[in-house]
Design a protein around this ligand. Structure first.
Ligand SMILES: *Cc1c(COP(=O)(O)O)cnc(C)c1O
Length: 368
């Protein structure tokens, strides 16, 4: 008999399907990585400190004030976390009673809201967005607010790329006053800055915004994110965060990246990527294996393909790695393409052109 020690784990953990991160699925295969919405370019950093025998500050002062300045809010409205992912989790830890309280999750969207809730045995109410427009089902949300402490909204949404209108977000903030927090994940907001809800932090005590250095700031490797809210919420979250979440090298590099020159560089990189996205859309429009291209306001593009499975595999074999979304709610036959450098985008287009030519008139697609 094998004594299965894993039976000691909590049942919800035994049953948990963990997050399938791009690096977990793709490993280090290929040479054009368009599967994790990372920046395709980077910089060399110099560390200011060379010795590390002392613990860091729990909330590194300069890091916090630099981010507060960047956003235009007060330092006491900012919490630094180990990636935005930690912010998602801290909110559940601080606000949700296991088995009693609930979160609302609106798929297709970022999976970590649901997975974090499941880890803490918190109820997940799934209220899908409307197919193809990806608008929130506001009335359905409104009639399901019972026991809901947190409503996670990703804006721009990953993986669909759409923006949720301010009008809809304000509607949510109004109907949940004093009842639930509206958590807006702005991981990609630098690609569409006018859609940020930061200016509403003053007005709504139930608004929480998640940010990250992993995407537009090109720092996925250091694991640094921020939670923004009114100061009383930040105080609560500071109670549950681990004692030293931000290591010295992390706060050093993140603080350097928040000086004005780096911010300008980030903004010019964002312009380049947004232009590459437009270029890619125009090329994809003329490729016959493409069934539908969804409008995107971020550094990725959701595309529905004829023969998506063959295309995913063909590209994989050529070292071009995309993210398969086929199993996600309402995303049959869809692949998500991270916007890379122009060269990477054109490599992708070349392969898709060859594939289309070789497979023309198969499975419902014709010459365009
Ligand atoms: C990438 C991503 C995150 C995670 O950000 P980290 O700061 O790297 O943890 C959070 N939310 C969304 C929607 C993302 O796409």
């Amino acid at each position: 008999m094998t004594d299965d020690i894993t039976k000691l784990a909590r049942m919800n953990i035994q049953e948990l399907q963990p997050y399938q991160s791009a690096r977990r699925i793709g490993g280090e295969h290929g040479d054009i990585w368009l599967n994790a919405n990372e920046s395709p370019v980077s910089f060399q950093f110099k560390l200011k400190k060379k010795i590390f025998n002392r613990y860091p500050e729990c909330q590194p002062r300069y890091l916090i004030s630099s981010y507060a300045d960047y956003v235009g809010i007060f330092p006491n409205q900012v919490l630094a976390t180990r990636g935005a992912d930690e912010g998602i989790e801290l909110l559940i830890k601080a606000f949700c009673k296991p088995k009693k309280d609930a979160i609302i999750y609106c798929p297709p969207t970022y999976d970590m809201y649901k997975i974090s809730a499941k880890i803490f045995d918190v109820i997940v109410k799934e209220i899908p967005t409307f197919q193809n427009t990806w608008k929130l089902d506001l009335l359905n949300i409104q009639s399901n607010l019972n026991q809901v402490k947190l409503i996670y909204i990703c804006n721009p949404n990953n993986p669909t790329g759409n923006i949720i209108s301010k009008q809809d977000l304000i509607f949510l903030l109004e109907i949940t006053k004093n009842k639930s927090l509206i958590v807006i994940d702005e991981a990609y907001i630098e690609f569409s800055p006018k859609d940020s809800m930061v200016s509403y932090l003053k007005k709504y005590s139930n608004l929480v915004i998640l940010r990250t250095m992993s995407k537009a700031f090109a720092l996925a490797g250091i694991r640094c994110g921020f939670t923004l809210a009114q100061k009383n919420i930040i105080k609560i979250l500071n109670k549950v965060i681990s004692p030293y979440p931000i290591s010295v090298p992390v706060s050093d590099i993140a603080t350097q990246s928040l000086n004005i020159n780096f911010i300008k560089l980030m903004e010019s990189r964002v312009l380049d990527l947004n232009n590459n996205r437009i270029w890619l859309i125009n090329k994809l429009k003329n490729i016959s294996c493409v069934e539908k291209i969804f409008v995107s306001h971020a550094n990725y593009l959701l595309v529905k393909f004829f023969m998506f499975e063959e295309i995913f595999k063909m590209l994989w074999d050529k070292g071009i790695i995309l993210r398969n979304q086929n199993k996600k709610k309402n995303l049959e036959k869809c692949l998500r393409i991270t916007i890379g450098t122009r060269l990477e985008c054109s490599r992708l287009i070349e392969e898709l052109k060859i594939f289309s030519k070789n497979n023309i008139s198969k499975r419902g697609f014709n010459e365009k």
